[in-house]
Design a protein around this ligand. Structure first.
Ligand SMILES: Nc1nc2c(ncn2[C@@H]2O[C@H](COP(=O)(O)OP(=O)(O)OP(=O)(O)O)[C@@H](O)[C@H]2O)c(=O)[nH]1
Ligand SMILES: [Mg+2]
Length: 274
């Protein structure tokens, strides 16, 4: 495991249409100039299949489609063991082993999905736009804690300056007293469609990566993640065993219905020798 090449994982999250795919597309172009092999996994937690918005994502990154050193795939939520995050983590490991670095994860920030991205990514980029309506909502939803970097995209649109100012003041207000945080999430203005601010964004990602490496925080987080993933996989395996046992053993299922003892029955099934 220690000898396996491991991809650095960058998560992009933000409200629908903030420009995540456009930013990733611009970033891929910069990274290809550095001769990096880049992989992108676009996930849509709302979609059972890979279509709809995700199709738009693929089109947005079309110009890289024929480059063998760029890997772009979409994932829907259903049909994966334990849902999206387990499937994404397994894919990231494989892509890392194949020499892709970084792996970029794009997820629409709705509900829990941005928290899932943050749990997987080494660096989480939260994308906002001058229409800070969505910004304020995101911040209410606890996005503040998960952002390692804020991007205010669509710098070419009116209201961008105000959006930056608002976000800055929101961030300074939210500074709760106590130990100062070692990492202060920078705010990067970008225009994805004009490819502006992309180098600054990459520089911010690099400096976050260096921060994680130099403080040992990256290693601690990776260890925590591996443990948590193992627990999630174990839960999935257990769930599967219990479902199968109940389906294959009508007597057991009947006894469960009579006695109404889910805990006891679950333990009984998991205690069985396989
Ligand atoms: N003016 C302007 N428009 C942009 C910019 N970046 C993206 N857009 C446009 O915003 C729209 C949405 O861009 P996407 O990159 O698909 O946004 P997204 O966040 O990936 O969207 P979802 O995946 O559907 O959540 C497209 O029409 C883009 O052309 C920008 O910097 N400036
Ligand atoms: Mg997109």
């Amino acid at each position: 495991m220690k000898d396996q090449p491991k991809a650095y994982v960058i998560g992009f999250t933000g409200a629908p249409g903030t420009g995540k795919s456009s930013l990733v597309d611009a970033l891929i172009a910069s990274l290809r100039k550095l001769d990096r092999f880049v992989a992108v996994i676009a996930t849509d937690p709302n979609s059972p299949f890979t279509g709809g918005a995700i199709l738009g994502d693929r089109i947005r990154m079309q110009r890289h489609a024929l480059d063998p050193r760029v890997f772009i795939r979409s994932m829907g939520a259903r049909g994966h063991l334990g849902g999206l995050s387990l499937a994404a983590r397994e894919s990231i490991r494989l892509l890392g082993a194949f020499g892709f670095d970084p792996v970029i994860l794009e997820t629409v920030g709705v509900g829990q999905s941005e928290l899932e991205v943050a749990a997987i990514a080494d660096t989480t980029v939260v994308v906002l736009t001058p229409n800070l309506g969505d910004g304020v909502q995101m911040i209410k939803a606890g996005i503040l804690e998960i952002a390692d970097i804020f991007v205010v995209n669509k710098a070419d649109l009116e209201g961008h300056h105000r959006a930056l100012t608002e976000l800055r003041s929101m961030l300074s207000l939210s500074n709760v007293p106590g130990a100062p945080k070692a990492w202060k999430p920078p705010i990067i203005p970008t225009s994805a469609t004009r490819s502006e601010g992309i180098d600054e964004l990459w520089a911010a990602i690099e400096s976050h990566r260096k921060y994680l490496a130099s403080t040992g925080r990256g290693e601690r987080l990776a260890a925590e993640r591996l443990k948590e993933e193992t627990a999630e996989v174990a839960a999935e395996i257990a769930r599967d065993r219990v479902r199968r046992a109940l389906a294959e053993d009508p007597a057991l299922a009947e006894r469960l219905l009579e006695e109404g003892t889910p805990y006891g029955t679950a333990e009984e099934i998991l205690d069985r020798k396989r």
